[in-house]
Design a protein around this ligand. Structure first.
Ligand code: 5RP
Length: 240
């Protein structure tokens, strides 16, 4: 089964968790897109939900599927957020931001009672850091911010190339919030909590792609079926 098939399997399991009247956060990326498409089918069949999107891309997708959208200002408390991840470890700590939506994703996740992460098994890792950690930074003072990220990360034992994310045509990638993204090629992050804490000392850093203590349930599609991992206690559930 391909990674795309697994993403769909995870999204299919996730959409079963949605109940009428729920206020939902909609993540960003290819897995979250599968979820939005499946949610759209349920909405078409009569399900009533209100959703807040984590990016303009997801907003457009949801609109096209006839899903009612709200904002966090109108709907500041959400029941569940459904999103993907770039990496997820055994403690359900994650790296996110591959799609550049990490700031809104974190704001929406923190406004949610429960955060459900859907992923194919390639996203499971022993140690976070193989995926280049995205860090959203303001445009002003980019060089100084990058130098501080490098220095404080090094104090945490994280070294490696730190580069500005670029678009396909070589321009700096700009997030929905008008910021840049640094990609940190650390290889392995020994202490994600310490690194996350360190980033908070840097004024130019808006947010990092470390999502620690945020995921409540991970739905991972594997060759052997879909498995659910709940924060703190694990429960395996195979569905074919
Ligand atoms: C976007 C994200 C995505 O959830 C992450 O990049 C996973 O993407 P995909 O589902 O396409 O593999 O954090 O900012």
């Amino acid at each position: 089964m391909s990674a795309e098939d697994q993403k769909r399997q995870a999204a299919m399991r996730a959409v079963e968790m949605v109940e009428p009247g729920m206020r939902l956060g909609l993540g960003t990326g290819s897995t979250a897109s599968q979820f939005v498409a499946l949610l759209g089918e349920r909405v078409k069949a009569g399900l009533s939900v209100i959703c807040v999107a984590t990016s303009t891309a997801t907003e457009q997708l949801a609109e096209a599927r006839g899903i009612t959208l709200s904002t966090l200002d109108e709907t500041p408390e959400l029941d569940m957020t459904f999103d993907g991840a770039d990496e997820i470890d055994g403690e359900l700590r994650m790296i996110k931001g591959g799609g550049g939506a990490l700031l809104r994703e974190k704001i929406v996740a923190m406004a949610s009672d429960r955060v459900i992460i859907m992923a194919d098994e390639s996203k499971m890792v022993e140690n976070l850091g193989r995926f280049k950690l995205p860090v959203e930074v303001v445009q002003f003072g980019l060089r100084a911010t990058l130098d501080m990220v490098e220095a404080l990360a090094s104090d945490c034992g994280c070294t490696g190339e730190i580069a500005l994310r670029k678009t396909a045509d070589g321009q700096p990638f700009v997030t929905d919030n008008g910021n840049y993204i640094l990609e940190c090629d650390f290889g392995s992050i020994g202490d994600p909590d310490e690194l996350d804490e360190a980033f908070r000392f840097i004024p130019g850093v808006v947010e990092s792609g470390l999502f620690l203590d945020i995921c409540d349930v991970a739905i991972i599609a594997t060759k052997d079926g879909v498995k659910l991992f709940e924060a703190r206690r694990d429960l395996d559930e195979d569905v074919d």
